[in-house]
Design a binder for this molecule. Structure first.
Ligand SMILES: NC(=O)c1ccc[n+]([C@@H]2O[C@H](COP(=O)([O-])OP(=O)(O)OC[C@H]3O[C@@H](n4cnc5c(N)ncnc54)[C@H](OP(=O)(O)O)[C@@H]3O)[C@@H](O)[C@H]2O)c1
Length: 292
């Protein structure tokens, strides 16, 4: 007689977001997982009562928190101060409390914006948190709250995300390039662009590994600037629009950005180079031809 294997119960929060969508694609393709996907309309991570009820009902093996308030500049507006802290700061703490109570492993996605970006060598998993924006501070608070409330966790910091299901830099800059004769893009901020599908694959690898709990840095390999990233985005799509470099001061934004927030992955298998990831993403988003 063949024994029926129990499926791994996985809760995904923020499931309608850019990363959430690819987490559903990646884990959903593996029959060993039973997925419970929630977005803020069905599971508000800032609401402890809701988190308690859902997690106690399901008793998941793994929770992946892809929920966040990600509008970096909005976080600077007074009307969003409380909201971004509740979602990004308190939310991970709520999930951690319930993960501990039910024995689930909690995977939480954090950001390169927890660093100030002044270290030209980039940031390892052990680097000290020093955020320079309200968004960064709220995400740093999330990491602290999570560590305070559970032990079985992976905090995975990532950077410069783009993916099929969401507004992102690749889509925006491509749209501009198709309309304008010339683009000006900042050339003094460095980081690692990361495709959410690759990140989702890597998160799956991590939860299936026997790696110790703790903090990890997952980003596509190779660092770049927004200017060089733009040139590559246009080159791969054969768009001829001219691109000129400029300084951050020419495009003042409400939230300060770290100057070099390159994440160094010293603890886990490296991800593929960002140029390769970009080419696969562009294939992924290309409209498929309908069969005649
Ligand atoms: N995007 C980046 O460049 C980047 C870089 C580094 C790290 N990260 C981190 O990576 C993770 C995923 O980011 P992403 O780009 O996929 O973000 P995203 O597309 O904005 O997705 C976040 C999702 O969370 C939902 N959400 C908002 N408030 C919620 C709440 N209270 N409870 C439950 N869900 C809520 C959002 O819903 P609504 O859209 O309806 O509000 C959205 O569906 C986040 O932790 C983010 O901080 C992102």
């Amino acid at each position: 007689m063949v024994e029926k294997k129990e499926k791994i119960k996985l809760v995904i929060t923020g499931a309608k977001g850019m990363l959430g969508y690819d987490l559903r694609r990646v884990f959903g393709a593996d029959k060993n997982y039973k997925i419970f996907a929630f977005d803020k309309d069905t599971l508000d991570v800032a609401n402890l009562q809701q988190v308690k009820q859902k997690i106690e009902d399901i008793k998941p093996d793994i929770i992946i928190n892809a929920a966040a308030f990600t509008a970096v500049d909005d976080c600077e507006k007074k009307k969003y101060h409380k909201k971004c802290l509740e979602i990004n700061g308190k939310g991970p703490g709520n999930l951690a409390k319930m993960a501990k109570k039910t024995g689930a492993v909690l995977v939480h996605v954090s950001t390169d914006y927890v660093f100030d970006g002044n270290n030209q060598k980039g940031y390892s998993e052990r680097a000290r948190l020093k955020p320079v924006s309200r968004y960064g501070k709220s995400k740093a608070k999330g990491e602290i709250e999570l560590k305070k409330n559970c032990n079985k966790f992976f905090i995975v910091r990532t950077s410069w995300l783009y993916g099929k299901n969401g507004d992102n830099f690749v889509k925006t800059i491509t749209g501009y390039a198709k309309k304008m004769p010339e683009l000006k893009v900042v050339n003094d901020q460095r980081g690692k662009p990361t495709w959410t599908y690759d990140l989702a694959l890597h998160l799956k690898k991590l939860v299936e590994s026997r790696k110790p709990f703790g903090v990890y840095h997952f980003a596509n390999e190779g660092e770049t600037t927004w200017y060089d990233f733009t040139k590559e985005i246009l080159r791969q799509q054969k768009i001829k629009t001219s691109v000129k470099p400029c300084a951050t001061e020419e495009f003042p934004r409400p939230a300060k950005r770290p100057q070099n927030s390159s994440l160094l992955n010293t603890k886990f298998t490296r991800m593929q180079h960002w140029k390769k990831a970009l080419s696969q993403y562009l294939i992924d988003v290309k409209p498929k031809k309908k069969k005649a």
